[in-house]
Design a binder for this molecule. Structure first.
Ligand code: NIG
Ligand code: FE
Length: 391
């Protein structure tokens, strides 16, 4: 039995309002006791329970928060698109078309090359405090390449998402419906055993509402839970389909009608905002306030991918959400932890109440507010995953 006391925490975010102040359940001058990878106690230092011999870590008055839960990432790919980014920064718009560049590079890559890239990005995310990350396929777009993408993703996370419906690959350009049949037929048969989720890029230039519904319904019949890329580049049917099918989340949601907001507010689908994509495509940010004020559950994720958002850094996304999306620091930190957990339907991560996984982040700062207050500064001083300090 391994036991760890994290002591002398200046400010602890538990995300459990029953344990501390406000929606983040903040406890000042706190301690956490971890046993066998799980939080067994969190509270004010004075109340630390007597216990068996345990290691002690002195947080030195700094802040501790739950590990970030990044519920939207595309990490299985080869190559990069720096040139495309450069062209965009001199005025070219972002379109779904760039995805095909990465598809060609990914198909040509070896398993080992792809594996190395996923490992590199997961490690990079961990260094900035991400302890749970979702990972999509979507740059293979053949039965074999999608199945391979999911297998490689599953080496790193249980949150694996089948995104055969990312775009229609060039070989099906003249017959997109045949590609939809492949995605919801034999490709799904090969991919379903490796995935927990199914996703569709529902957007002009990718898949329309009927195609999205047909693909997600086929996935649901195979036990995969839907999530949807919706309203990234323009308004469309993505949110409506997501809510209709009880999707776990609708992601991007940059372009929303009032009906979309009402649908999200009345359903259980989480709205996952990805400000890294707006930053890197120089697009207007989603209206987080409109969603929060309507009572929608909001998550924040990095959307790491080589085209629209090549970052794994959640503190950066928190800073963007606060500065440019009118979220408060508390709302943004909640969205990047508990909100991400909601989007992945996980109750064991995203908070630090007893029973939660001991995924914690020590900040080189006295409070979580500094994540937005000190943008671009690497404040993540130490990360524990399942109670173990990470390299
Ligand atoms: O979430 N929108 C679709 N998929 C990615 C972008 C993929 C790419 O450009 O390679 C996204 O932004
Ligand atoms: Fe995405």
């Amino acid at each position: 039995m391994t036991s760890l006391l994290i002591d002398h925490i200046g400010s602890l975010v538990t995300n459990d309002p029953g344990l501390g102040e406000g929606p983040l359940g903040v406890i000042e001058d706190a301690a956490v006791v971890v046993q066998d990878g799980v939080v067994v106690w969190a509270g004010p230092r004075g109340g630390t329970p007597e216990g068996a011999a345990r290691d002690r870590f002195d947080a030195g008055g700094r802040a501790v928060i739950p590990g970030f839960v990044d519920s939207h990432a595309h990490l299985v790919f080869a190559g990069d698109r720096a040139r495309e980014f450069e062209a965009r920064m001199s005025g070219r718009p972002y379109t779904a078309g760039g995805i095909r560049t990465t598809v060609a590079a990914t198909r040509a890559a070896t398993d080992e090359g792809l594996r190395r890239n996923v490992r590199r990005l997961v490690a990079e995310a961990l260094r900035s405090g991400t302890t749970t990350v979702e990972c999509k396929s979507g740059y293979g777009l053949t039965i074999q390449d999608e199945e391979r993408g999911l297998r490689l993703a599953a080496e790193h996370t249980p949150e694996v998402t089948y995104l055969g419906a990312h775009v229609v690959p060039p070989e099906y350009a003249g017959n997109p419906d045949a590609y939809v049949d492949l995605v919801r037929g034999p490709m799904l048969d090969a991919c379903a055993p490796h995935a927990r989720w199914i996703d569709v890029f529902c957007e002009r230039g990718a898949f329309d509402g009927d195609q999205t519904r047909a693909i997600l319904e086929a996935g649901a019949r195979r036990g995969l839970v839907p999530r949807v890329h919706a309203g990234q580049l323009g308004p469309g049917p993505g949110v409506a389909v997501a809510v209709e099918l009880g999707a776990a989340s609708a992601d991007h949601v940059t372009h929303l009608t009032d009906a979309d907001v009402d649908a999200l507010a009345s359903g259980s689908t989480v709205a996952t905002l990805l400000p890294g994509a707006e930053f890197s495509t120089r697009s207007p940010y989603p209206d987080a306030r409109r969603l929060l004020d309507a009572g929608v559950t909001v998550a924040l994720a990095a959307d790491c991918n080589p085209g629209s958002s090549y970052t794994t850094n959640i503190p950066f996304c928190v800073a963007l959400a606060v500065r440019d999306m009118n979220m408060t620091p508390a709302e943004a930190v909640w969205a990047a932890t508990k909100g991400g957990a909601r989007a992945l339907r996980r109750t064991d991560v995203g908070h630090l109440a007893p029973g939660a996984r001991a995924d914690l982040v020590l900040l080189d700062a006295p409070s979580y507010i500094h994540l937005a207050y000190r943008p671009g500064v690497p404040l993540v001083a130490r990360v524990w995953k399942d109670g173990s300090p990470q390299p």
